[in-house]
Design a protein around this ligand. Structure first.
Ligand SMILES: NC(=O)c1ccc[n+]([C@@H]2O[C@H](COP(=O)([O-])OP(=O)(O)OC[C@H]3O[C@@H](n4cnc5c(N)ncnc54)[C@H](O)[C@@H]3O)[C@@H](O)[C@H]2O)c1
Length: 336
């Protein structure tokens, strides 16, 4: 296969960014379709994408052909339908996080892939492709600073879209930490507790935040997550890892610092699109490379299910103020 022909589903913030990425930076792939019900958005994304066709639905594009693989970047509640369509068509798929918004629908996707007897889907937990998270993962495994004791995480957005609801603090945002804490520690999240900081009065009225989520892994690691989505100054995702013999900090704002006119400072990220740009590039390049070899690597739908189950407990914890144990089904054979 020369160029992998990718249909990108959804041309909002993330989808448009992926369209640009595949067109401008990813080797061995091109965008063959942009699937987007909002025609103006579809056309805006298509402007700099030579040869890409536009359709309102994935079925329409699949019927017309010219697709080797699908990248789903529609909102989470539409992911299940999209993946059921790509599984039926036997198309390798990268689905943005979250796999789906709840464990019941996540399990339906797991069962549908299991029924085909092999993996087709990778889930877009891109922090696993971020250089500093990968270094931390290796350091934890190597134990060269002793055992990992705990993780202190900060996840700060300048603002969120109008469609962002209160439960999305967990299902759309803390979801990243839920996956990466399990990935870093190699242990599932056993229980979650959520506390509220003093409410940010400038946050949209429907949101009660910032929050502090406390994740407990089966292996006894505590990870606290400051989740803050109206912080205005910029976008930050940082983690401090506490070891027996030292500390590792990742996600510090990089780049130069200037001292000028009695002040000093540098540039902060304003969006995940720049903070995780290299991780997205690496994730998509790896996905393209393995798809061309007929392989599927990276986070699986089972990883997506485990995260969805933990998110359900997280939302309950946030709503009740209680520590909530996470309930998991047994893994199906494909994911053991
Ligand atoms: N990995 C990350 O860091 C990251 C960052 C941001 C968003 N995301 C994820 O990406 C996905 C999209 O988020 P976003 O911020 O771009 O949302 P968005 O609202 O900006 O864009 C979503 C787009 O999908 C379109 N759409 C809706 N239903 C559709 C359907 N059935 N088929 C095709 N298109 C459809 C909408 O018209 C919209 O243009 C979400 O799952 C989100 O959680 C991931």
């Amino acid at each position: 296969m020369s160029e992998l022909k990718v249909a990108v589903v959804g041309a909002g913030m993330m989808g448009a960014d992926h369209v640009k990425r595949i067109t401008q930076r990813i080797k061995g792939a091109q965008v063959s379709w942009i699937i987007e019900p909002d025609l103006a958005r579809a056309q805006a994304a298509a402007i700099d994408t030579p040869g890409a066709k536009v359709a309102a639905t994935l079925d329409e594009a699949i019927n017309k052909g010219d697709i080797d693989a699908v990248l789903i970047a529609s909102p989470g509640q539409f992911h299940e339908a999209g993946m059921m369509t790509t599984l039926k068509a036997g198309l390798p798929t990268l689905c943005e996080k979250p796999l789906t918004p709840d464990p019941e629908s996540a399990l339906r996707v797991v069962e549908a892939e299991q029924a085909l007897g092999k993996r087709f889907i990778q889930v877009g937990f891109m922090r696993r492709y971020d250089k500093e998270y990968m270094e931390l993962h290796d350091l934890i495994a190597a134990k060269s600073m002793g055992e990992l004791l705990g993780l202190r995480c900060q996840h700060r957005n300048p603002s969120v879209q109008d469609s962002y609801t209160n439960s999305m603090l967990i299902t759309d945002s803390v979801v990243h930490e839920i996956d990466i804490v399990r990935y870093l520690t190699g242990s599932v999240i056993k229980a979650i507790e959520v506390k509220h900081f003093r409410r940010n009065s400038t946050a949209p009225e429907r949101l009660n935040e910032p929050i502090l989520a406390l994740l407990e892994t089966e292996s006894g690691i505590l990870a606290d997550v400051e989740m803050n989505v109206s912080v205005k100054f910029g976008y930050q995702v940082k983690t401090e890892a506490l070891f027996e013999n030292g500390i590792m900090e990742i996600g510090r704002t990089s780049g130069s610092t200037k001292w000028q006119n009695g002040k000093f400072g540098g540039e902060e990220h304003l969006s995940y699109t720049t903070r995780f740009n290299d991780a997205y590039d690496f994730e998509i390049q790896q996905w393209v490379n393995s798809t061309k070899l007929g392989q599927v690597h990276g986070p699986s739908v089972w990883d997506g299910y485990l995260v969805a189950a933990a998110c359900k407990a997280g939302v309950e914890a946030m709503e009740t103020g209680k520590r909530v144990d996470v309930k998991y089904e047994k893994a199906l054979p494909l994911y053991k």
